[in-house]
Write a protein that binds this ligand. Structure first.
Ligand SMILES: [Zn+2]
Length: 300
């Protein structure tokens, strides 16, 4: 079986027509480098029917979904693959309410599974932004005042955004991080995780960025009502309108997962051919997440 390529939904249904085909697809990814028992680590075993492996050392029989984010998916693998297809290949995805209606899944169940997919959309932090990078803070939720800059409304969720621009000021990549306040301490992680020390960084005049100047090349410019950060504000507007269109409440605990999903689609818009397969691969590698842990894990 070949890796699925592209965004065509008819080809997708044709290539992965049922739960069995999806299970075969998972097994191929999971054991592409050979079998390794999840219980004892032994590498000798034999394939059994139903895309399972029998370990010769401890006799454990492992399914294709065991120890992956597809473990115990209640509504069937094909529907799970369809949700991943929708979230990864479309430009905006849909809400858990719409996803539930589309695939006949309860809204809460769809939401929980979508949170797992979002977890795999989190950046690996291996490729920091390295060219011209604009950084600014913004808020989401609460009442929109129509003005830019820092807001201290406690109902709003605060965030910091870094946008990498090409020489022609085209948006290349974006990272967004949820923050508790605008202090240098809160602003530092997005630099450490996503921006190279060699990048040419531009921020507004906010004093929270000053301590970072000792490690990063930061130029501080007057925002001029956002005119000096035009592209960055376009991305913020896109992110806000996408979040506003989500009919369910996005809590402070989970907003980071939505930021990760938004950035994942922008940063991989050039790689739509392989985006579905890569997302499935990430879901196979990721450790299972249980209901009781999702609030805590996703809020880290
Ligand atoms: Zn074993």
């Amino acid at each position: 079986m070949e890796a699925f390529k592209g965004q065509n939904i008819l080809s997708f249904i044709k290539e992965l027509p049922d739960d069995e085909a999806c299970k075969a697809y998972l097994a191929k990814i999971k054991w592409q480098d050979g079998f390794k028992c999840m219980k004892c680590g032994h590498t000798k075993g034999c394939e059994k029917s139903g895309y399972r492996y029998h370990c010769y050392s401890c006799n454990h029989v492992e399914s294709a979904t065991a120890n992956t984010l597809f473990h115990k998916v209640k509504f069937g693998l094909q529907k799970a693959f369809c949700v991943v297809f929708e979230m990864s290949t479309s430009s905006k995805s849909v809400s858990s309410i719409q996803m539930g209606k589309r695939f006949n899944i309860r809204q809460g169940t769809a939401w929980f599974f979508m949170q797992k997919v979002r977890k795999t959309m989190k950046s690996s932090q291996q490729y920091p932004l390295s060219e011209l990078v604009h950084v600014d803070e913004f808020t989401v939720g609460g009442k929109e005042e129509g003005k830019q800059g820092r807001s201290y409304d406690s109902k709003k969720k605060k965030a910091v955004i870094a946008v990498e621009l090409s020489k022609k000021h085209q948006i290349k990549r974006v990272y967004v991080r949820s923050i508790d306040d605008y202090s240098a301490k809160s602003l530092t992680p997005i630099f450490e995780e996503h921006i190279s020390t060699t990048a040419q960084i531009v921020t507004d005049k906010w004093r929270g960025y000053s301590p970072l100047k000792k490690d990063y090349k930061i130029e501080q410019k007057f925002s001029n009502n956002g005119k000096n950060f035009k592209e960055l504000h376009i991305v913020i507007m896109q992110l806000k309108s996408w979040l506003r269109a989500i009919p369910t409440h996005v809590s402070k605990w989970h907003v980071q997962a939505y930021f990760d999903e938004f950035c994942f689609r922008i940063n991989r818009s050039q790689f739509k051919e392989t985006i579905f397969h890569k997302t499935i691969e990430r879901m196979v590698i990721a450790k299972p997440i249980y209901h009781k842990n999702i609030k805590r894990i996703l809020s880290v």
